[in-house]
Write a protein that binds this ligand. Sequence first.
Ligand code: PMP
Length: 293
Amino acid sequence: VLFLQGGASSQFAMVPINLLDDKSEADYLLTGQWSKKAVAEAKRYCKVVNIIADTSDSKFTTAPSQADLALSSDPAYVHYTPNETIVGVEFAYIPETGEIPLVADMSSTILSRPVDVSRYGVIYAGAQKNIGPAGLTVVIVRDDLIGTANENMPAMFDYKIHADNESMYNTPPTYAWYLAGLVFEWALEQGGLPALAETNKRKAEKLYAAIDGSGFYSNPVDVSCRSWMNVPFILANADLDAAFLEQAAAHNLKALKGHRSVGGMRASIYNAMPEAGVDALIEFMVDFEKRNG
Ligand code: PMP
């Protein structure tokens, strides 16, 4: 387990740099804005980036099924984004890739529930959602995948150098790392990831139920792959968006504006958002609909 810097965006490059070895191709699942960025970066290092699933036709509101995945003949690894933060699409299964290492950008889902780490070659995550403050990047690498970095690359991009130096090859982001430690202790005190998962599932389900149960709010994501962490929704009348955001903020319900690329609203309900916060949002939504629906 490496504690690095550079954000998940640096891992978009470090993954191919460290995993390609003598291969030149990698497989990517294109399921949203973040996997799109991962693909663009991989193209700098891979001769061929095979897009083995592409949900852009649905405006990224669906996830491919296992049967849809056609692995290429000799990829160094398969990369996917278990939770696409912007549209709120989450895989309900772990892709099966046989002997090919599976790489996951878990930035917006790590610590939301238990995960079978043994299924992955690499898991990486910017810390700033469920782990702690920005500035720390957690990377979990299978031992046998360490040590094949392209030597022409910067030392700071080499997993082996960081592993050999226990993530202290250079000055680590000490304060962010310390705070992450406090968050891990907090998570254990809550009952660990199984307990956090229960709460997160409940939070998400009640918010989706409120959205689906109204004729006023809607969420475009296929029910089979809705995110527990990021819940986007739109109002029946987009002219009311500004009033919704303003009045919500007056009730201390902040940062609900959707990502600039999709508009509407987005409630990101990471671990730090207590269930009472979700209840308050639902209460406000019901009231706003009464007054404007
Ligand atoms: N991947 C995902 C899934 C994300 O949500 C984000 C940030 N929102 C990133 C990558 C980029 O992370 P960073 O800012 O740490 O580079």
